[in-house]
Ligand binder design. Structure first.
Ligand SMILES: NC(=O)c1ccc[n+]([C@@H]2O[C@H](COP(=O)([O-])OP(=O)(O)OC[C@H]3O[C@@H](n4cnc5c(N)ncnc54)[C@H](OP(=O)(O)O)[C@@H]3O)[C@@H](O)[C@H]2O)c1
Length: 322
């Protein structure tokens, strides 16, 4: 099978396509024939060795995929060859096949095709839980989404709007901000051109009820300064590169709640939230909720696809079609 390999840590152009032996399913494992995979920002960080965890080279890049079961190993209980599944893995998704534990796979909900399924799991589960489980969003709340034109951001606009939130999308340029309006945001701020704190206050009057932040850097403090009394700020990541240090007097004065959240480890800590979220997300999918996919690339074009994300030129989700 062919796979996109990171043989030395670095920028996406260092990634090469190689022929590898087909994987074999071990006990409890399933081999999936991947039909589509999607790019997530951590794929860029892991290849550059800038992620929380170092992955030793060489490894196959990519962390999210959808496809059909090709074969199953001993002790596999539920899945059989031909089943349509989606999953996440710590590497291995930008390839024609992957062997993963059965328990890490989910059946693709009715109505999602392979491309949508590959682009769905990480961003929509992150959006759902950051807004509800961690952000305690209520219908009518003003919800500020930073990095709103990206994968997590566009999913947050969609989920928050469907759950009755009033989304203020914040993105770098006017063009990207306007794109967010077309996805359902009621207001949009171009934070590289406008004062983020002042604009949030102008729009909301009282301040934001919820801030979802996958960007960090200088925007985090500006957004927290524009939160209402008792507002919730949810930290998802640091796409801008810098980890912000927040003055605690802001938290005191605003009675604000600052929370961090990582989808990767949620099931280790709160299985009940995971089950509740799965049911509600499936319900929203049945009502037509779909990821915003701006571009598709082939396996050979993985370096170009990752470069678009690394250079901040991607909108919504980018999908690799095998
Ligand atoms: N905690 C979790 O469970 C979880 C789950 C998934 C992802 N994440 C994190 O969430 C963040 C976004 O992930 P994603 O997959 O949505 O990525 P993405 O599609 O690339 O979106 C990231 C957004 O951040 C903005 N950004 C601001 N400064 C940037 C910079 N210097 N470089 C790159 N982007 C910059 C970009 O929008 P503008 O150019 O418009 O500013 C971009 O749209 C990442 O930090 C990722 O690690 C966290």
């Amino acid at each position: 099978m062919r796979a996109a390999r990171c043989e030395v840590h670095g920028t996406p152009d260092k990634i090469v396509i190689r022929d590898l032996p087909d994987p074999v399913a071990g006990p409890g494992e399933v081999v999936v024939g991947i039909e589509a995979a999607s790019v997530n920002y951590p794929d860029v960080l892991i290849a550059a060795d800038r992620y929380q965890v170092t992955v030793p080279t060489p490894f196959t890049t990519g962390s999210e995929f959808a496809g059909r079961v090709l074969s199953v190993g001993p002790d596999v209980a539920l899945l059989v060859p031909g089943d349509a599944v989606m999953g996440t893995a710590f590497g291995g998704a930008f390839a024609e096949q992957i062997a993963v534990p059965e328990k890490t796979l989910t059946r693709i909900p009715a109505g999602l095709d392979m491309v949508n399924a590959a682009a769905f799991n990480v961003t929509y589960r992150t959006a759902y839980h950051s807004l509800t489980t961690f952000g305690a969003m209520q219908p009518g709340d003003w919800v500020v989404v930073l990095g709103a034109a990206g994968g997590v951001g566009t999913a947050c606009i969609d989920v928050a709007t469907r759950l009755g939130g009033r989304v203020i999308a914040a993105a770098s340029t006017r063009e990207r901000a306007d794109m967010c309006r077309s996805l359902g945001a009621v207001e949009a701020i171009a934070y590289d051109e406008e004062d983020l704190k002042l604009r949030i206050k102008e729009i909301t009057g009282k301040g934001a009820d919820v801030v979802i932040d996958p960007v960090g850097g200088t925007y985090a403090e500006q957004a927290i300064r524009a939160i209402t009394w008792g507002g919730r700020y949810v930290c998802l990541g640091f796409a801008q590169g810098d980890i912000p240090r927040i003055p605690l007097n802001l938290v005191l004065l605003k009675g604000a709640i600052l929370r961090g959240f990582e989808i990767r480890t949620l099931a280790d800590h709160d299985r009940e939230a995971v089950s509740r979220g799965a049911a509600e997300i499936e319900d929203l999918v049945s009502q037509g909720m779909r990821p915003f996919i701006s571009e598709t690339f082939s396996l050979e074009e993985v370096p170009q696809a990752l470069t678009r994300v690394a250079e901040r030129r991607a909108s919504g989700k980018i999908v690799i079609k095998m």
